[in-house]
Design a protein around this ligand. Sequence first.
Ligand SMILES: NC(=O)C1=CN([C@@H]2O[C@H](COP(=O)(O)OP(=O)(O)OC[C@H]3O[C@@H](n4cnc5c(N)ncnc54)[C@H](OP(=O)(O)O)[C@@H]3O)[C@@H](O)[C@H]2O)C=CC1
Ligand SMILES: O=C1CO[C@H](CO)[C@@H](O)[C@@H]1O
Length: 321
Amino acid sequence: MQAVVNWGILGAAKFAREHMGPAIHAAKGARLAALATSSEDKASGFKAFCPDLKVHLSYDDLLADPGIDAVYIPLPNHLHVEWVKKAVAAGKHVLCEKPIAMKAEEIDELIALRDASGLLVAEAYMIVHHPQWQRARELVQTGAIGELMHVDGFFTYDNRADTANIRNRPETGGGAIPDIGVYTYGSARFVTGQEPERVTAQITRENGVDVVSHVQAQFPSFTYAATVSMRMFPRQEMTFHGTEGIVRLTAPFNANVYSQAEIVVDQPGMAKRIERFPGLNHYVLQVENFGRSLREGAAYPCPLEFSRGTQAMIDMIFAAE
Ligand SMILES: NC(=O)C1=CN([C@@H]2O[C@H](COP(=O)(O)OP(=O)(O)OC[C@H]3O[C@@H](n4cnc5c(N)ncnc54)[C@H](OP(=O)(O)O)[C@@H]3O)[C@@H](O)[C@H]2O)C=CC1
Ligand SMILES: O=C1CO[C@H](CO)[C@@H](O)[C@@H]1O
C-alpha cells in the first residue's frame, strides 16, 4: 500500500458533504479523490472544499476506478451491506457508516468476505477513535471508580419535522435505535468489554420506525439503562457508576457539535475533576487510523467483530419488544 490512501465516496450524503468528506480531505495520509452521485449538481458542495474531485455518475463506475484504494459508504442504512459487498468484490477497502448492517448475521457474512479478501472492511463508528472514550475505558477498567455497578445512557434529538429524512422511513433502515442507539449500546460494550445477557425494551413507534425507547439490560457484572429518541430536545450523556465514584461523559457522541468533549470524574471526599479534550475531530482520527492500519498493519480500533456485538444487542432489543 502506497503512503497515501485514495478515497472514493459512494453517494452525496449530507453528512459526507458536511463532515466526513472534509475529514478525509484533511486527514494525514489520505486523499479525497472521487465521489459517485446520482446527480452532478450534488457534487458542488464537495467541490467547494475539494476542487479536484473526480465525479462518477454511478456507484459501479467509482468501484471500477483503478485510482481508488478505499471507499467510504454513507448511503441509507438499508443499502450498507449490499454496497460493502460490491466494494469488496471490486477489491476496495471499505469504511461504511453505522449501522453497517440491520442484523448481526449480515455482519458474519461481511467478516467472512473481509477474511477471504484480505481487505480492511470496517464500520465508521467514530466515537471509539476519540481519546475521551479510550480514557473512559482506562478509568473504568483500572478501578478508578471501584467496582462498576451500573451504566446509563441518554441520547436524544428531534427530527420530527423532517418527514423525508432516511431516519424517519422504515424502507431506508430508519429508526432511532439503528441511528443513535448504536452509540449508547456500543460505548458501554467498548468501555467494559462485556456483552448483555438479557434485555427488556419499551419502544414507541411512528410510521413504522422507533422514535422513543427505554432499554434495560443485565450485563455479567453491572446493570444498564438507556433512553434513545429522535423526538426529544437534544441531550446526550453516558455515566458509569462504580462503588467508589462516577465517570460521566457530557458530550459522548457528537463531541464539538453538541458541546466540547469532557469527562467528569466524581469521587467521594475529592473535588470533582474535569478532563477536557480540546480541538479533536474524531472523524479525522477515524480516517487516519484506517490509513495507519492499511500502511502499518496496525489493528483497526473498531473491527467488524465489535460492530457485530452492538448489532446483536440491537437484535435482542427488537426481539424483546
Ligand atoms: N457517524 C456520524 O456521525 C453520522 C453518520 N451518519 C450516517 O451516514 C449515512 C447517511 O446519512 P445522511 O447524510 O443523513 O444521508 P442523506 O439522506 O443526506 O444522503 C444519503 C445519500 O444516499 C444516496 N442514496 C442512494 N439511494 C438512496 C435512497 N433510496 N434514499 C435516499 N438516499 C439514497 C443519495 O446520494 P446520491 O443521490 O448522491 O447518490 C443520498 O444523498 C447514514 O447511514 C447515517 O447513519 C449520518 C450522520 C452522522
Ligand atoms: O450518527 C449520527 C450522529 O448523531 C446524529 C444525531 O445527533 C445522528 O442522526 C447521526 O446519524
